[in-house]
Design a protein around this ligand. Sequence first.
Ligand code: MLT
Length: 401
Amino acid sequence: MPKLNSHYGKLQASYLFAEIAKRVEEYSTQNPEKSIIRLGIGDVTEPLPAACVEALKEAADELSKRETFKGYPSYEGYAFLRNPIAQQDFQDLGAEVYADEIFVSDGAKSDTANIQEIFAEDNRIAVPDPVYPVYVDSNVMAGRTGLAESGRYEGLVYLECTPENNYLPELPQEKVDLIYLCFPNNPTGAHISREKLTEWVNYALAENAIIFYDAAYVAFIRDESMPKSIYEIPGARKCAIEFRSFSKNAGFTGTRCAYTVIPKELQVGGKSLHQMWFRRQATKFNGVSYPVQKAAAAVYSEAGQAQVKTLTDFYLGNARIVRESLNGFGLKCTGGDNSPYIWVQVNGASWDFFDKLLHNAGVVCTPGAGFGKCGEGHIRISAFNSRANVLKAMERLQKVF
Ligand code: MLT
């Protein structure tokens, strides 16, 4: 009889957003007349930028002709996409990243989940708490933890992010090998200053640790003093891997495209992580489709840049409305200024609050406890929705409060 991966038995029954979807589905089946506004999962609602749509159509036409047809893409992505990424997302900021250090992929979720595969099982892992559940669950599946107790897995080092430290993780007090950081943060919306990020890079260099830096929400940064890439910090090329996504800037949650940067000089014990990841991708991944990479490349055109700015400004406008409304109801919030997420302190258990908003207002949020122990007493509200729905949701919440 085949044996199963027993580590799956340590996981909570369902993935956070699957659990929310299940509860919302149950509620809506029992109350078919009730309209529901989803401010839970960070899924975009506005159409793709026009420049991306045009590029998708042109690429589809190319595939219809023998002379311009394309088969398998390269494992790392087409140069027409990797070149502008290197130039505009990094070099223009003074960050040293080269096109051949970029791996185009189908999502930052898959990359942040899979990256642990190239590291040994007995690495000590640090994660912020609250945390995007993918970082934790992928390590649980890989057998790097013991059992969960009171919402925490034995063997992981949790970096507490609370109102007292403005939701910014502090340097670990014990030796760790791999550190997950996400800025602007999911779920808290907090962002890190250049000085604080420099402390992390210096720590990782001194302790021979690697930072996994998830910058999926970078397009929402409006405060120019804040770092957009960890490679803006000297020394980061020797200790950090960065993850980016087209999901939240250009609305590709359904279209799927992202990328990961692994600098050539990033090594562990003389072994190149870049080469190891290439080996992994070449074995397990066959690249992102040509039309989707063409659409992603259009983000870097002049028109694409302007359209992405309009799109992210739009969601930030929603975030401002949410934040101001909640403040008006007397709730304390962070995020929503350089982030599409608003992290709200609530009285009591976050799943109770989730139920209260769903049942009394037909508004879906994400309960903070789903992101970890320190998420308890909080909910996350996503600004990804139409303006009309956000306004309607705030009107309904006003009645609840
Ligand atoms: C979220 O809501 O946290 C994100 O949409 C999840 C994701 O990007 O996978």
